[in-house]
Every structure is written in structure tokens, then in C-alpha cells.
Design a protein. Structure first.
Length: 77
């Protein structure tokens, strides 16, 4: 889908990219290897640089969620 494209749904950043980055960043936070998908990785890196406030709005929340998940999951290991 991203072959030869910069953005998911057009020539410019759209709400689609903002929606998709939440899923992709969550997958990355939980250890999913994006290197296997170079078009997604390129898009993801571009989104992180382009979306104003990405770290504060999304990334920080993903990492907080992962911390809670890891703590809860460790009780069942």
C-alpha cells in the first residue's frame, strides 16, 4: 500500500496517517520488528518527524501502556 508513496491516503499527511501511527507505534513499543517492512518503517519515521507533538501525544502514552502491561504480565509468568 505504501509502495512509492509518502503518506497512506494521498499526497499529504491526512487523518489516515494519524490514525495508523497509533497502531504502528503500539506495535513497535511491544517489540514488533518493523525492519521487515521497509515501506512502513520509512512512512513511520516520516510521520514521527512530521506530526507535531508526536512524542508527547502518542509515543509517551505507548511507553506508559507498555510499562503497565509488562508489570501486569510479569505476575503471570
Amino acid at each position: 500500500m505504501l509502495e512509492g508513496k509518502t503518506w497512506a491516503a494521498g499526497d499529504h499527511l491526512t487523518i489516515a496517517d494519524i490514525d495508523l501511527i497509533t497502531t504502528v507505534s503500539s506495535a513497535e513499543a511491544f517489540g514488533f520488528d518493523l525492519k521487515k517492512y521497509p515501506n512502513v518503517l520509512k512512512w513511520f519515521e516520516n510521520c514521527k518527524k512530521t506530526i507535531s507533538g508526536y512524542n508527547e501525544i502518542n509515543h509517551a502514552g505507548c511507553m506508559t501502556y507498555k510499562t503497565y502491561w509488562d508489570k501486569a504480565y510479569s505476575k503471570y509468568k
